[in-house]
Design a binder for this molecule. Structure first.
Ligand code: DQA
Length: 144
């Protein structure tokens, strides 16, 4: 089983960016911990980050035939991107939306996710654990 983890804009700054909201763990730390858990579960994880909407769209398109599940923290594009939503719909792969923070408990503009309706479900508010919970959810999707 191959799982593609995609991270959107500013997530490369994790660890130094608003630590009171996003924690002190870096994206590289999360990637390393995920790789350990994935190895134990016998699955492969490809972990990527981009600040560019089009690059994320291209990666989603290219996932067809290569990955079984997409896990996506679209960051700010969650709230704005019809292009990411359309890409997820187009590839017809199961997708899981994740966020470190609880977007529903923050500013009103973060309450709306344009990608939620085309994802299997959403995991938000558990800090870095949102990523590890998503790995578990991805494993479950494959079993079902
Ligand atoms: C985020 C929440 C978004 O609203 C925000 O724009 C981010 C990070 C999260 O993981 O909590 O950049 O996706």
């Amino acid at each position: 089983m191959n799982i593609l983890f995609l991270n959107g804009p500013n997530l490369n700054l994790l660890g130094q960016r608003q630590p009171e909201i996003y924690g002190r763990t870096t994206l590289a730390d999360i990637a390393n911990r995920l790789q350990e858990q994935a190895a134990k579960a016998g699955v492969t994880v490809d972990f990527r980050q981009s600040n560019h909407e089009g690059e994320l769209v291209t990666w989603i398109q290219q996932a067809m035939g290569k990955f079984d599940v997409i896990v996506i923290n679209a960051a700010a594009y969650t709230h704005t991107s019809v292009a990411l939503r359309d890409a997820i719909s187009a590839v017809a792969l199961p997708a899981i939306e994740i966020h470190l923070s609880n977007i529903h408990a923050r500013e009103e503009f973060r309450h709306r996710s344009l990608i939620a309706a085309v994802c299997k479900g959403q995991i938000a508010g558990f800090g870095e654990n949102s990523y590890y919970l998503a790995l578990q959810a991805a494993l479950q999707l494959k079993l079902n």
